[in-house]
Structure formats: structure tokens, C-alpha cells
Design a protein around this ligand. Structure first.
Ligand SMILES: Cc1ncc(COP(=O)(O)O)c(C=O)c1O
Length: 447
């Protein structure tokens, strides 16, 4: 069980960050200490190390629908042409493979229903990375100094929280509901920070816009517009950027796609969009990308150049070939069908096994990979609580929701679970939910 806790930065009375580093090795950097206790590697390891347990935890994708055939076809095309193969096997550029940048930009504009001229975007604003996580990290490194503040929903993507803590950045959790982050609550926090003299430390708002990890919520159209307007209105001291993480945009099983927040940013100077092929195609290939405001391109590429002077070039050429051959959209269609069934299996099992339990609630998402479940207040679903041990005994893993709460703002809730329907078959999802409900019942009775 993960027991280390990260010495997360918090505000001192003067608004400066304070870090409790007592008892930690003086040989290591502050950043190494701030990185300690991040749960993601532990959770990924747990899922792989215990194949006998049903994993409703890890954000791995469905193993049955991994795109083996389309990838073989793309590889064949890529490797059978010596000129293409040679280019793919060589180093690439820091910014990324140009045809791929063109393809992802075209896709974004098409999805947002905006012609390039109107959206005032060029491929010079597109950066390709080794998964969107790399881009989030480079962005954080480019925008934040230790003690800076990023506002985000509570809960939010816990790897982003770890990344921010790693840089000594304060994460401030804002209330959300089933339409996503609440703009009035963001404004309230900004006012409070203004009064305490900390507004200059606020650098960005981080938003997972579609089928959020972990809450499964999609930010509503009205709120997309309001948040962009709000960030611009509060940007008089310096720019407050919106980092829109749209990792799950393609994984929609019902309802309509919504335009990105970037579509509401007329000047294109506020919203940074990050996306990835990890969920929609293959995390093993690990290609992500982002569209940046022009003034951020050079600083981001300077940071990125120091890290990798180009993300894996072969992966980028491969993804570009997959798109060029029209294999991607067919694959996404197949994925949607498979995940729709799995989501339904999880929701049906939730109705059947958790429905009768008092005080248990969950959201019914239209996409993504997660169901976010609330248990009665008195149940501790955290890493040291009784439920996780009981669940493991029953043969099932989940992600404790408490990992997903920022270090400040909305208080951490220990009675939340993130359940993923990504990896397991519909039958196992049903079994896992049944086992988990048994564990919850046991803990309820033992309270
Ligand atoms: C919200 C969110 N953003 C970004 C990522 C990063 O994905 P990758 O680095 O594989 O593109 C993930 C992965 O789970 C995620 O859930």
C-alpha cells in the first residue's frame, strides 16, 4: 500500500509557499522531495502485479480493442518505403513531425467547426509530445515557479496534481458540479486571492474538458464560454492561461461533441489545448499534442528542447501514417462500440449492487473511461482506510478518490472512488462491481 505522503506546498501566512522537508535526504533536490508519494506509478504497478485481481483502478485502455491490424498496415506502408522508413527512424524536431501537426490541427478545426482562417491558427502553434503528459509537464515547467498557484476542479486528474507539486506549485481546488467547474466558484477564489495579495501568483486554470478523469463530467457549452471570458477578465496583472486537457474527447458514446474552449478564445491568446492518441488509439505509441498561443511556442520549445529535442519520431511517423490511411477514425468507431457496452455493464452493475446501499451515488457519463462514485461520509475509501483492504480481499482494485483533490481549496473527500471500465471485460466489470459492493457492505456493517 502506498503510504508515503508528498510534502505538498501550502500557503504560509505571507502567501509564500512553505514546504515541510524535515527528515528528508539533504542529498536530494527539493523537487525530488516534492515528487515523493505520487500515486500513479504505484497504481499502474499494482494493476500489473496483481493480474488475479479485477482492476477497476488503472486507466489502462481496453486490451481487446488495441489496434493491432491497423498498426500492422500502417507499419507496412511506413517501412516498405525506404525514404519514409529512413525519416521515421532518424531523430525528428523538437516541435514534432510537420505532417502530423497538420493532421491534428485539421482535426481540431474540423471538430470545432471552424475554418483555419477564422480560428487564426497555424501549424507553428502545434507541438507534438510523448503523450499529453509530457506536454502538461513542459507547460507547467514553462509557466510556473515554486509558490505559483494553479486553479483546478476538485477533484481533478491526480497526475497533474503530482506534476504541480513536483514543481512546488500550489494547486487550489474549486467546486464543480455535473456541468463541470463552476465559473462563479472560480471567480470567488480569484477575489479571495486578490484580497490576500496572492493574485499575482495565479498563473493558470487547468480544466479536463471532456469526460473528466476522475469525475466523468463534461464541461458544459455555456461554462466553456464563461471560463474563457473570466480568465481574460482576470488577466490584467499578467495572463492567466487556461490549460484545456481534452484527453478523452474522442471517447464519446452518446450525446454531441462540444467545441474546445479554444473555440471561444477569439484572439487565441488564452487557451492551451492538449490532446492525446493514448486513449483513442494506443498508449504504447504514446503520442500527444497541443495547440498553444503564439507567445508560448518558443518558451515551450526551449523547455522541451532541453528535455528531449524531439519526442520519439518513429511514433509520430506511425501515427501520421495511421491518420493518412484513414485507419484512425475506423478504429475510434470500434472503440466507441466496445466501451459503450462496458460503460453500460458498469452502470447496470452499479444499479444492481450499489443501488440498494444507502448514501451511495454515482454519475452516468456519456463517455471517457470512468465512473465516479460517492460513498457515505463515514466510509474511508482512502489508501489507509478499511475499504481498500476489504476490496482487495474481495479481489477488486479501485482508485481512492482522495488522490484527486488539490492541496488547497475544496477539502479532500475520502469517501470517493474512481472506477474504470477500461481494462476489464463486461463480465469482469460486473463481477468486480459485485465484489466491491460486498466490500462496501462489510465496511458499513463493521462501522
Ligand atoms: C486527463 C488526462 N490527461 C492526460 C493524460 C495523459 O495521457 P498520455 O500522456 O498517455 O497522453 C491522461 C492519462 O490518463 C489523463 O487521464
Amino acid at each position: 500500500m502506498l503510504t508515503r505522503t508528498r510534502p505538498a506546498p501550502t500557503a504560509s501566512t505571507k502567501g509564500q509557499p512553505t514546504f515541510d522537508l524535515t527528515g528528508l535526504s539533504p542529498s536530494l533536490s527539493h523537487r525530488a522531495h516534492w515528487a515523493a508519494g505520487q500515486p500513479i506509478s504505484y497504481l499502474m504497478h499494482q494493476a500489473l502485479a496483481h493480474p488475479e485481481l479485477i482492476s477497476l483502478a488503472a486507466g489502462f485502455v481496453d486490451p481487446q480493442t488495441l489496434p493491432i491490424e491497423p498498426t500492422q498496415e500502417a507499419l507496412q506502408v511506413l517501412l516498405s518505403d525506404p525514404r519514409r522508413a529512413g525519416a521515421a527512424l532518424q531523430y525528428g524536431t523538437t516541435q514534432g513531425h510537420r505532417p502530423l501537426r497538420e493532421q491534428v490541427l485539421d482535426r481540431l478545426l474540423e471538430a470545432d467547426g471552424r475554418p483555419q482562417a477564422e480560428a487564426r491558427l497555424t501549424i507553428d502553434q502545434v507541438v507534438v509530445t510523448a503523450g499529453s503528459n509530457e506536454l502538461l509537464h513542459v507547460l507547467a515547467d514553462t509557466l510556473f515557479d515554486p509558490g505559483d498557484i494553479v486553479l483546478c476542479a476538485a477533484p481533478t486528474y491526480f497526475v497533474f496534481l503530482g506534476m504541480a507539486a513536483n514543481l512546488g506549485v500550489r494547486t487550489l481546488g474549486v467546486e464543480m458540479d455535473d456541468e463541470g467547474l463552476i465559473p462563479d466558484a472560480v471567480e470567488e477564489q480569484l477575489l479571495r486571492l486578490k484580497l490576500s495579495g496572492e493574485l499575482p501568483r495565479v498563473k493558470a486554470l487547468y480544466v479536463v474538458s471532456c469526460f473528466d478523469n476522475p469525475s466523468s463530467v463534461t464541461l458544459s457549452l455555456e461554462r466553456r464560454c464563461e471560463l474563457v471570458e473570466l480568465a481574460k477578465r482576470w488577466s490584467d496583472l499578467h495572463k492567466i492561461y487556461i490549460i484545456e486537457d481534452a484527453a478523452y474527447r474522442e471517447l464519446r458514446y452518446a450525446g454531441h461533441d462540444l467545441p474546445s474552449l479554444r473555440a471561444f478564445d477569439e484572439k487565441g491568446d488564452t487557451v492551451i489545448v492538449t490532446e492525446t492518441f493514448s486513449k483513442s488509439y494506443s498508449p504504447g505509441i504514446r503520442v500527444g499534442w497541443g495547440v498553444l498561443p503564439t507567445e508560448l511556442v518558443t518558451p515551450v520549445l526551449d523547455q522541451k528542447g532541453n528535455i528531449d529535442f524531439g519526442s520519439p519520431n518513429f511514433s509520430q511517423h506511425l501515427m501520421s501514417t495511421v491518420l493518412e490511411l484513414g485507419l484512425f477514425d475506423d478504429h475510434v468507431q470500434r472503440l466507441r462500440e466496445a466501451y459503450r457496452v462496458k460503460l453500460q455493464a458498469m452502470l447496470d452493475a452499479a444499479d444492481e449492487y450499489f443501488g440498494p446501499l444507502p448514501g451511495v451515488r454515482w454519475l452516468r457519463p456519456n463517455g471517457g473511461l470512468y465512473v465516479w462514485m460517492q460513498l457515505p461520509e463515514e466510509i474511508d475509501a482512502g489508501p489507509q482506510g478499511k475499504l481498500i483492504a476489504a476490496a482487495t480481499q474481495e479481489g477488486v482494485l479501485y482508485v481512492p478518490g482522495q488522490y484527486c483533490y488539490p492541496s488547497e481549496g475544496v477539502p479532500t473527500r475520502r469517501n470517493m472512488m474512481r472506477l474504470s471500465f477500461g481494462v476489464e471485460s463486461p463480465e469482469n466489470i460486473r463481477e468486480g462491481m459485485k465484489a466491491l459492493a460486498r466490500a462496501v457492505r462489510k465496511v458499513m456493517v463493521g462501522q
